[in-house]
Design a protein around this ligand. Structure first.
Ligand SMILES: Nc1ncnc2c1ncn2[C@@H]1O[C@H](COP(=O)(O)OP(=O)(O)OP(=O)(O)O)[C@@H](O)[C@H]1O
Length: 646
């Protein structure tokens, strides 16, 4: 089971951005110092220029998975981005600060690089990715000349400075936060897709992990904009090429791109879209803990915040026959969720999505149906928390012939923004909604400094959360798979032992030793029928259970056989060792015997006594040889004298 989360805290960036001492790439190289009071002159970074207490900052954080192992040793990519910032006083504003002109912080770049490797998902413990996006100033903020309290020194850092009166300024008023990525106001929707780490999340969801991307932040800070784009995108038929499309739309495209490349896997996609409206006590911990424990955000809401507090939970995409409002049921014994106690949402309507268009239709319909209100800080303010879930069920045949199915999912959560009703000038229904939203988030301090600080703290805390994701599989299928693996390794061991035994038998027979008396090895597994593994996905629960039983039996039989073989092997190897020792002794003796025989024969040849007859013959032979030699000599001498005379 996995826990992956994305959050998007928000900052209200103020109008007159400045770079101060943090211009361009060099700003990120050395550790920046805050230069108080320097007026900013560009869109690259936003520095305090105004002491206006009413200034607004909006930031949102994107929290998602990342892996320590992925980060270590990853190559850094360094795209050069030339984006025009909102205030545009510089020609080439960088939309997010990092070292050496790179886009995004080091961590994020590594995540991006890791994504492109398409490597195996790791099992990271440090898998919450926190990304902060600061939106550009809107027209009203520019008109009101609100300043910024934020600076972007690079390295994923944000500096927030309070603009209390100079007297009260002290070290406490300047705080530095570090995240995986900080997007400055010039960042585009496409940049968020490419550099926030969401692509990695989608890849992990495909691999069977449960992942979440969620946005958190002040009202009007750009959460919905980041996730879905401006609301008027969904009026009528949306133009798929619109550059304003948000993270969800772009993630869907990327998801389908990945799925189409995996021809070896069969995918089934389902999606649901619901909202939690007027819920009072939602906390970000809820969202994150749910992932640590189980399936959806709702479980945590149930267990930690007592679902009775939830006023309304509504389906945004539904069948005509399905009631709009949903009931939550809490169960203590649901097999898959036993550990945390469980819950399920009655009538949660999930849509089968065969095509990309089906997924996009879920998003569009949900966006049209969600509760939106208007107040002074946002014309299209979300009045609820929404959860769009895409289930990715995959099925792949493994080397062993077993079909492995995984159930990954990705949740996109758009939390309603926290609001100061005084600033939003909410009244009536909007006021009631705002109160509930604020309660359900964290009720923030009086001014945007405090709100921004709170958001940054929130994101910082989220970053410290450690989760341990696992791939979600049907436990029975997982068991079958592991039994199958056991069987394979037992069979290999078995073959190895048999080969070793044969070797022993042969060598024992060679020396004519007696074979040991041992139990016969059962080589036939009897009545265990063979099962067609390709039919695995078609089997129902009882058949699967039967299959597990059969595999366990086969496993057990193989284990027994291995034990017998091992005992055999032990006995045979003992006898073989004895034989070998005897053979060695024999051969040593034989060598010695041969040598002594040779010596004896030589001795006797030299010293044995000859018989008289033998001696007489030898003497005669010797006399005859002497006579012959003398005759030859005489002949030679006589011959030479005669020739001289002539
Ligand atoms: N990065 C951005 N670039 C341009 N406009 C933006 C950006 N972010 C937000 N906006 C605009 O700011 C306004 C408020 O944004 P949005 O509705 O997304 O905020 P929100 O955080 O979802 O607010 P609420 O919590 O009230 O729903 C919208 O008009 C949106 O189009």
């Amino acid at each position: 089971m996995v826990t992956r989360a994305l959050s998007v805290p928000q900052l209200n960036s103020s109008g007159n951005s400045s770079s101060g001492s943090y211009k361009g790439s060099s700003g990120g190289r050395s550790r920046p110092t805050v230069q108080k009071g320097r007026r900013s002159n560009g869109a690259i970074s936003v520095t305090p220029t105004s002491r206006n207490r009413d200034q607004q900052q909006q930031q949102h954080a994107l929290i998602g998975p990342r892996s320590r192992s992925l980060i270590n040793g990853m190559r850094r990519v360094s795209p050069q981005k030339q984006t025009i910032g909102s205030s545009g006083s510089r020609n080439t504003p960088v939309f997010l600060r990092s070292r050496e002109n790179e886009i995004g912080s080091a961590d994020t770049l590594e995540i991006v690089a890791s994504k492109s490797t398409g490597s195996e998902p790791s099992t990271p413990e440090d898998n919450i990715n926190v990304v902060v996006r600061v939106r550009p100033l809107n027209e009203k903020e520019k008109r009101d000349r609100h300043g910024s309290i934020l600076q972007f020194p690079g390295n994923g850092q944000i500096i927030i400075e309070s603009h209390e009166s100079a007297k009260s300024r002290n070290r406490e008023n300047v705080r530095v936060f570090t995240y995986n990525v900080v997007f400055e106001p010039g960042a585009t929707q496409e940049d968020i897709l490419n550099y926030s780490g969401i692509k990695r999340i989608i890849e992990m969801a495909i691999e069977g992990f449960s992942c979440t991307a969620f946005c958190y932040g002040q009202t009007g800070s750009g959460k919905t904009h980041t996730l879905t784009g401006p609301p008027d995108l969904f009026i009528g038929k949306p133009n798929p090429k619109d550059r304003q499309h948000g993270l969800i739309f772009r993630s869907f495209l990327y998801l389908f791109q990945l799925i189409r490349n995996r021809k070896d896997i069969t995918f089934v996609l389902k999606a649901s879209f619901m909202e939690i409206y007027n819920e009072r006590q939602l906390k970000y911990e809820a969202i994150i803990h749910i992932h640590m424990y189980m399936q959806t955000h709702l479980r945590q809401l149930c267990t930690e915040h007592r679902m009775s507090n939830v006023s309304k939970m509504r389906l945004l995409v539904r069948k005509q026959t399905v009631p709009k409002e949903l009931n939550i049921h809490i169960h203590t014994h649901i097999p898959m969720v036993q550990k945390s106690g469980g819950f399920f949402v009655e009538n949660l309507f999930t849509v089968d999505c065969e095509e990309l268009d089906d997924l996009l239709a879920v998003l569009e319909e949900g966006m049209r149906n969600r509760a939106v209100g208007s107040h002074a800080m946002n014309d299209h303010s979300s009045r609820s928390h929404t959860i769009l879930t895409v289930h990715i069920i995959s099925e792949q045949q493994t080397d062993g012939g077993v079909f492995l199915s995984k159930h990954g999912k990705i949740n996109f959560v758009d939390l309603a923004g926290s609001e100061l009703t005084k600033k939003t000038m909410s009244e009536g229904k909007t006021l009631e909604e705002a109160n509930n939203i604020n309660k359900s988030l964290m009720v923030l301090a009086q001014y945007n400094y405090a709100e921004t600080l709170n958001t940054l703290r929130y994101a910082s805390r989220a970053k410290r959360i450690r989760t341990k994701p696992v791939i979600m599989m049907d436990p029975r299928e997982a068991l079958i798979l592991s039994l199958k693996r056991d069987i394979q390794s037992l069979q290999m061991e078995n073959e190895h032992l048999k080969a070793a035994l044969n070797l022993h038998r042969n060598s024992i027979e060679e020396v004519g030793a007696e074979r040991p008396e041992v139990m016969e090895v059962p080589t036939d597994h009897g009545s265990i029928p063979k099962v067609n593994l390709e039919r695995l996905p078609e089997l129902d629960g009882s058949e699967l259970a039967e299959l597990v039983k059969l595999y366990m039996q086969e496993n057990e039989a193989l284990r027994q056989e291995n034990n017998h073989l091992l005992r055999y092997e032990k006995q045979y190897s003992g006898i073989r060792r004895l034989c070998a020792e005897k053979m060695n002794a024999y051969s040593r003796n034989w060598k010695m015997l041969t040598k002594s025989f040779e010596l004896t024969r030589t001795y006797f040849r030299k010293h044995r006594k000859r018989s008289d007859e033998e001696q007489r013959q030898i003497d005669q032979h010797r006399i005859a040889r002497n006579i012959l030699e003398m005759a030859n000599k005489f002949q030679k001498e006589f011959g030479s004298k005669r020739s001289r005379k002539q």
